[in-house]
Ligand binder design. Structure first.
Ligand SMILES: [Zn+2]
Length: 402
């Protein structure tokens, strides 16, 4: 990855000081767009300025610049973002619009004072493509469960997983599915920060905390608009959670993201927020827990032998490694693939939940009942070259030895 930027850096270094940052940043931005980079970082050190980029969720250092370049670069970035250059000791946020191949591209830029200078993060717009339920990468059984929940048009589905794990993409796939079947006969609302996809057939609302339009206030306003379906970008606090469950209880269909390390953890966190287990058990249809895993580049991947032993109740013979090639910008990674754990809140689980079974029992039940085939499913993806073995190993459930 680093070598790809060498010509650009050499060219920039040869330029006169006055000109340096103007051309360097324009060319760097263009290269980042070409390579579908999501974030660009300028990290000030004691003697150097390190430049890093993030692609497919991975961070790559691409250059170490002399410290004297730092004020030129941060100064130019502030000019582009229409921010005061003299202000170096305060957090600043702005936007930069730059032209590339007849396109206007909007970047988000943030400055943070650190011990050795201003750390700058530049966020590139991500090419987000709407996916259908069939395209998400769900196994057939999981897909059918989601379709069944969507067809009922009532209750709530919670999506959990780390940030940037594709939760919004999954929720939009369900909204699309509903729109495809019911069209204008459904009032569909989304409340997000930011609105990630443009679907004119929906009522999409942007949260504006500074203007008093929070998730909680937004949800209350949407409920006065005769909604059928509501997608909530995030449940962060007890009042929003309570309002969401109330809305689902009164016949609306809600999709929401909520943070939790696992499906069982989601249930426990909801209870800790003070939501009555009876209320959760009566409206929650299930939990979709997901992650994005790195996909080996098909052009440079190589098959290797492997043997999985131990009590993991799964096996494979081969896996793939990828050294990197021109096609994957020498990263070895082609893209990312979503993997899902779909856990329905069925009677047995509801009963355990209502009896306030402790976390470890609930977790064990979920793993044994709903995730029994999880390890093998993951390893099948490894064997097919869809994901890396190391990433899969971190997610294997440690089944007791049989
Ligand atoms: Zn490759």
């Amino acid at each position: 990855m680093k070598d790809l930027f060498t010509p650009l850096l050499d060219k920039a270094a040869a330029r006169p000081r006055d000109d340096y940052a103007v051309h360097f940043l324009q060319e760097l931005f263009e290269e980042c767009v070409e390579m579908e980079i999501t974030d660009l970082h300028f990290v000030p050190g004691k003697d150097f300025l390190i430049v890093k980029v993030r692609k497919n969720g991975e961070l790559y250092p691409i250059a170490t610049l002399e410290k004297e370049r730092e004020p030129l670069i941060t100064g130019r970035l502030k000019v582009l973002a229409h921010l005061p250059q003299y202000e170096r000791h305060q957090v600043q946020d702005g936007r930069i619009r730059f032209e590339y191949e007849d396109r206007a591209i909007d970047l988000r830029v943030a400055f943070l004072p650190t011990l050795h200078g201003e750390k700058v993060a530049v966020r590139f717009p991500q090419k987000k493509q709407l996916l259908t339920l069939d395209e998400l990468g769900l196994f057939t059984e999981e897909k059918n469960t989601l379709k069944r929940w969507a067809q009922a048009k009532e209750g709530m589905i919670i999506f959990s997983g780390p940030s940037s794990s594709g939760k919004t993409t999954s929720m939009y796939a369900i909204l699309q599915h509903l729109y495809q079947y019911h069209g204008e006969r459904l009032n569909i609302f989304t409340l997000e920060d930011p609105v990630e996809y443009d679907m004119p057939s929906l009522n999409q609302c942007q949260v504006k905390e500074d203007k008093g339009f929070s998730y909680y206030e937004g949800l209350k306003s949407i409920l006065r608009q005769d909604p059928d379906v509501i997608m909530l970008g995030e449940i962060r606090d007890a009042s929003t959670a309570y309002a969401a469950f109330q809305a689902a209880l009164s016949g609306h269909f809600l999709l929401a993201t909520f943070h939790g390390q696992s499906p069982a953890a989601v249930l426990f966190r909801l209870m800790n927020l003070g939501i009555d287990p009876l209320m959760i058990a009566s409206v929650l249809k299930g939990i979709v827990h997901q992650r994005l895993l790195r996909k080996p580049c098909p052009h440079c991947r190589r098959q290797d032998k492997v043997a999985i032993k131990g009590g993991l109740a799964c096996s494979i013979d081969v896996h793939y490694t990828a050294q990197g090639c021109e096609k994957c910008y020498y990263t070895g990674i082609a893209s990312r693939l979503a993997v899902f754990q779909v856990v329905p809140l069925e009677e047995e689980l509801k009963t355990m939940f209502l009896q306030k079974t402790d976390y470890s029992h609930l977790q064990k039940h979920v793993q044994e009942k709903y995730l029994a085939g999880w390890n093998q499913k993951l390893l099948n993806l490894v064997e097919k070259g869809e994901i890396f073995l190391n990433d899969a190993l971190l997610l294997l459930i440690d089944h007791p030895a049989e």
